[in-house]
Structure formats: structure tokens, C-alpha cells
Design a binder for this molecule. Structure first.
Ligand SMILES: Nc1ncnc2c1ncn2[C@@H]1O[C@H](COP(=O)(O)OP(=O)(O)OP(=O)(O)O)[C@@H](O)[C@H]1O
Length: 223
């Protein structure tokens, strides 16, 4: 079993002193898909952000390949986030002034790895090759999210973190985006962690959890 990232009893308390995430341990294995379902405000985004090197836990540690993520200096943390993690958000976060191609290739500016995807290949896999010269505002929501997925994958990261990636999409588009994302992760043995309020977003993830009031519960394991 190859563990890429592990969290050891991480918890989060904001300044209002409410413990938003109770102490939780978690492991991400290479090539596996993790879904965390939960209602709005249950703590999903906070938990994902702690795993992804964005939000430091109040207590506990996150290890990326045996390196304690938040004990590294800012440059080292940024390098891991830039090269080994990919991010997909509900609201796409594309830069309006840049073309689709430039948006997809943006993470390469901060990347020193050689082993990366070719833009053209990802664009074909995600069925957006005819959009490369367009600007984000000329695209539908589903197209924009497929661009955001290409951008998340371009550095060939080890883990994709997705926060409500289909929250703005209709049912048919959601299915298409999720299926493409899962297929790419499976083909390249990337790990995928998705948080969502949608039940059954992915039919058969390897691990399904629910988040309730900051407590993570195992719902189903299928490995
Ligand atoms: N920076 C912050 N300061 C104080 N409280 C916060 C902060 N960020 C989040 N919270 C609180 O933590 C709780 C969990 O928020 P979080 O965004 O993680 O939930 P969520 O399950 O992702 O919700 P949603 O699905 O609506 O995004 C909420 O009660 C929220 O108000």
C-alpha cells in the first residue's frame, strides 16, 4: 500500500473557539478516490484545505511523503502544492484575461518537474481542444470546469483536491465532468479527494465518508 499523504489527528478551531473539525486522522493512498459528503457548514472545505496545505490545522500534523507539510518553509510548501497537488473548485477560478490554453498552462510557470502532461493531450481527453484560443467567458460552465480540470492536471500531480467541483453544473454536465476526472485519475493512478454535498456524486469511490459537525465518519470502503 502506497500512502501519499497522511493526517494525524488534525483539528481546527477558529478564533471564535468553536472546534470546526474534531481530531481526525486520514490517509490518502496512491490511485484511490475519496469522497467526503456532508451538509453545508459541516466542515468539508476546512478539512480539505488542511489536507491540501492551504489551511494549517490548529492541532495535529499533515505528512506528504513523510515530510510534515506545515513544518516546511513557505517555498517548500508552495513547491509541493504547485507540483504534487492539483486543485479544482466550484467556481472554476479561471483568469478572464487569459486564453483557455494560457489558463491551463499557468501552473507550469511555478513548476520545475519534467514529467508533465502536454496541453494538447489533456485538451483532447477533456474534449476542449476546440476551445484553446477562446477566453473563459465564452465557455459554458461545464466547459470552464473541464478547463479547470486540465489546469489541475497539467503538472501531473499526485493528488487532486476538488471542492464541490460540480456545484455550478446541471446533472448531465456533472456526470460528464466527474466521469472524465475519474477516468483520468484512474489511467494515471492519481489520488482524488472530492468534497461535496451531493449524494452519490461518484457511484463507487474507493472510500466514502460523511462529515457531520466536524466529525468524519466512514460510510463505505470499496478497495
Ligand atoms: N475563517 C473562518 N473563521 C471562522 N469560522 C470559519 C472560517 N472558515 C469556516 N468557518 C466555519 O467553519 C464551519 C465549517 O465551514 P466549511 O466551509 O468547512 O463547511 P463546508 O461543509 O465546506 O460548507 P459548504 O458546503 O457550505 O462550503 C462553518 O461553521 C464556518 O462558518
Amino acid at each position: 500500500m502506497s500512502i501519499v499523504l497522511s493526517a494525524s489527528r488534525i483539528s481546527k478551531t477558529f478564533s471564535n473557539e468553536l472546534e470546526v473539525i474534531k481530531p481526525t486522522s486520514f490517509e490518502i493512498e496512491k490511485g484511490k478516490i475519496y469522497v467526503i459528503e456532508g451538509k453545508s457548514g459541516s466542515g468539508k472545505s476546512t478539512f480539505l484545505s488542511m489536507l491540501a496545505g492551504i489551511e494549517e490545522p490548529t492541532l495535529g500534523k499533515v505528512f506528504y511523503r513523510d515530510r510534515s507539510l506545515y513544518d516546511l518553509n513557505d517555498n517548500e510548501q508552495a513547491r509541493i502544492r504547485g507540483e504534487s497537488f492539483g486543485f479544482v473548485f466550484q467556481s472554476f477560478h479561471l483568469i478572464p484575461e487569459l486564453s483557455v490554453k494560457e489558463n491551463i498552462e499557468l501552473p507550469l510557470m511555478f513548476n520545475q518537474k519534467d514529467n508533465i502532461f502536454k496541453t494538447q493531450y489533456l485538451a483532447e481527453r477533456l474534449e476542449i481542444e476546440y476551445l484553446l484560443e477562446k477566453k473563459p467567458h465564452q465557455l459554458s460552465g461545464g466547459e470552464q470546469q473541464r478547463v479547470a480540470i486540465a489546469r489541475a492536471l497539467i503538472t501531473l500531480p499526485e493528488i487532486i483536491f476538488a471542492d464541490e467541483p460540480t456545484g455550478n453544473l446541471d446533472y448531465a454536465t456533472t456526470r460528464k465532468v466527474v466521469d472524465l476526472l475519474c477516468q483520468l485519475c484512474s489511467d494515471y493512478r492519481l489520488s482524488l479527494v472530492i468534497v461535496t454535498h451531493e449524494k452519490n456524486l461518484i457511484e463507487n469511490p474507493h472510500h466514502l465518508y460523511t462529515m457531520q459537525n466536524g466529525e468524519l465518519k466512514v460510510e463505505r470502503t470499496n478497495v
